[in-house]
Design a protein around this ligand. Structure first.
Ligand code: GLA
Length: 396
């Protein structure tokens, strides 16, 4: 999604989506779906290694207003791109032009491939999550469209099946080999809870988000074009490392299965780059489980220290940070009332997050607004988030 003012509230967005639908299609939508973006508290680049993640869904969403059509066409309007794409349901292909529409076309295409019947539909898409900000806008868009099309067509399907379908759309239709975290958080999140997800068994545990603590997001202003190719490259490196380690340790199916001790014993089988990638993934999985324990015990300083360690590991070993993200984390680390800070999401730009005691939020914001531009020459976009529940569909 292109950046729409991040100050547009969800309620306004819902109202705007309905009005937008009426203007574009000259009719009333029959339903509105709202799917939240996510912030990952810790556990980065672990989901596609069958490891652990700890995201929360936030008060930034993608909204789709939807209604039926009498023909076999899918018409998708993007408010943020001010663009309308119309395609027949029997010819849904990904295109380089109007790339934003691929997520919606992909969802329709995969619902059809799974044997569901779809009638023609009009969709209006809007949102207040910016693309490239590292808050899961693509996953949220897939989820909003999937729930809209299922509701429009009376398709009853299991939550998990839809989550996997959305991930498959991104992997096979859009061409980004992402893991399952973003789509999972957007569907299954619970208000005021973080989601501790085991990305192998897909079992999840809700862990209360602490009170008296604010989740601050600072977008660096850096959107890297490289993201998809570098992301896919990291994934390939992990697969290769898994294969090499599995030849020596037969019980290894994913990097999730490698202990730190095994890694030390067999690291000589890997080239220096692969060693660094593995070190990050293996240590990050340990950090997530420790962080969950710390959160449950209310040990926020310990939780924060794990966030800093995670950032360092993403910077030095996984090499997905950048100078701007490091600067945000450094500024936060110096500020009073901060428990921890780290980059969130895929990296290569995007946002860093900071957990800060409520009473110090304004001080941290002021500090970031003053120091970040001086140190980087860029303007940050800073906002606080509330922790929200998953996708919501309303019939009108
Ligand atoms: C992106 C992907 C997720 C996950 C993160 C990194 O957000 O969509 O599946 O891999 O990057 O943790």
């Amino acid at each position: 999604m292109a950046l729409l003012s991040v100050d547009v509230s969800r309620k306004n967005l819902l109202e705007e989506s309905v009005i937008n639908f009426q203007e574009v299609f000259g009719a009333q939508p029959t339903l509105v779906a709202s799917a939240p973006g996510r912030v990952n508290l810790i556990g980065e680049h672990t989901d596609y290694n069958e490891g652990f993640v700890l995201p929360v869904a936030v008060d930034r969403s993608v909204i789709t207003a939807a209604g039926p059509r009498d023909d076999e066409q899918l018409a998708i309007h993007s408010k943020n791109f001010n663009s309308l794409v119309q395609v027949p349901l029997n010819n849904l292909c990904a295109t380089t032009e109007d790339r934003w529409s691929n997520y919606a076309k992909g969802v329709a295409s995969f619902l059809l491939r799974k044997g569901h019947h779809l009638r023609g539909a009009n969709l209006c898409i809007a949102g207040n999550i910016a693309e490239g900000i590292g808050m899961g806008s693509s996953g949220a868009m897939e989820v909003a469209v999937a729930y809209s099309l299922c509701a429009l067509n009376g398709i009853r399907t299991d939550e998990l099946e839809l989550i996997k379908l959305c991930q498959q759309v991104e992997n096979e239709f859009v061409g980004i080999n992402c893991g399952i975290m973003d789509q999972f958080a957007s569907v299954s999140a619970r208000k005021d809870y973080a989601l501790f997800l085991d990305c192998r068994s897909l079992s999840l545990e809700y862990v209360p988000f602490p009170s008296g603590v604010t989740l601050l997001v600072c977008f660096t202003g850096v959107k890297r074009e490289l993201t998809s190719s570098e992301y896919n490259l990291r994934r390939k490196e992990c697969l290769l490392a898994t294969k090499l380690l599995a030849d020596a340790i037969p019980s290894v199916r994913a990097l999730r299965d490698v202990s730190l001790e095994q890694f030390e014993n067999y690291r000589h089988l890997l080239n220096p780059t692969l060693q660094k990638r593995c070190k990050h993934v293996i240590s990050e999985n340990l950090r997530v489980t420790q962080a969950v324990e710390a959160l449950k015990r209310g040990e926020l300083l310990e939780f924060g220290s794990l966030m800093y360690q995670s950032h360092l590991s993403l910077k030095a070993d996984y090499e997905v940070s950048c100078a701007e993200l490091d600067t945000v984390v450094d500024i936060c680390a110096e500020a009073k009332g901060v428990y921890g800070a780290r980059m969130t999401g895929a990296g290569f730009g995007g946002s860093a997050i900071c957990l800060v005691k409520d009473e110090y939020v304004n001080d941290v914001i002021t500090r970031l607004k003053t120091e970040y531009p001086k140190m980087t020459g860029r303007e940050p976009l800073i906002f606080t988030c509330t922790i929200e529940g998953g996708v919501d569909v309303r019939r009108l």
